[in-house]
Every structure is written in C-alpha cells, then in structure tokens.
Design a protein. Structure first.
Length: 111
C-alpha cells in the first residue's frame, strides 16, 4: 500500500491518503511501450550508426524486396512494429530486446 501526503493550502491541514497502486503486468507494459516506439529516419540511422549496425542494415536493404527498400528510403518515421523494421530485424538476427534498445536509443537522439 502506498501513501500520499497532501497539504490543503486553504485549511492548513495535512492529510495522508493511503491507496493501492494497480499492479502492472510486465508483458502488458512492454507491449504498450513497443506500441509507442516511433523514431524519425534520422534518429533510426543515427542509432544504427552509433551501434555499428548501419552498414549491415544498408546491405540488407540493398538485398531486400522493393517495398522494404521504398519504406527505408521514403518513410519519414519508423514504427517498432512496422513490416520493414520486423523484416530487417529478422535478416540481421536481432532479438526483440535488441530492437527495443535501438528504438529507445533512437528516440533520445535530437538533430
């Protein structure tokens, strides 16, 4: 059980309120986080460069199907669950956790 102390400015009283924090299922939390993972083309390429993966990704893109090539070249932003990202992760044999980490890193990069 968690508590929160609240000070009422109008009355000068201080009240401590007890409440139950809802438990978060780790799998649900991770799924929700992944749904919100979006980065710009620059952020993606910068994160891949910093991770030493950009040349491998560019080689994989060169051998990918035309739609994946078009998505990589023209998309303004990339979503964690996009078909192009999932295809690239498979070709590069990246784990889900590695893709998550790349997106987390990318979303912190500012141009």
């Amino acid at each position: 059980m968690d508590t929160q102390t609240i000070h009422n400015i109008a009355t000068g009283e201080t009240v401590t309120v007890a409440y139950e924090r809802p438990e978060t299922d780790p799998a649900e939390a991770l799924a929700a986080e992944r749904e919100g993972m979006v980065c710009s083309r620059f952020q993606a390429k910068a994160a891949l460069h910093l991770a030493g993966l950009l040349p491998s990704v560019e080689a994989a893109i060169a051998n990918a199907d035309p739609l994946t090539q078009l998505a990589w070249a023209e998309a303004v932003e990339y979503s964690r669950h996009s078909p192009a990202i999932l295809a690239l992760a498979g070709v590069l044999e990246l784990t889900d956790e590695q893709v998550d980490d790349l997106f987390r890193a990318a979303m912190q990069i500012e141009a």
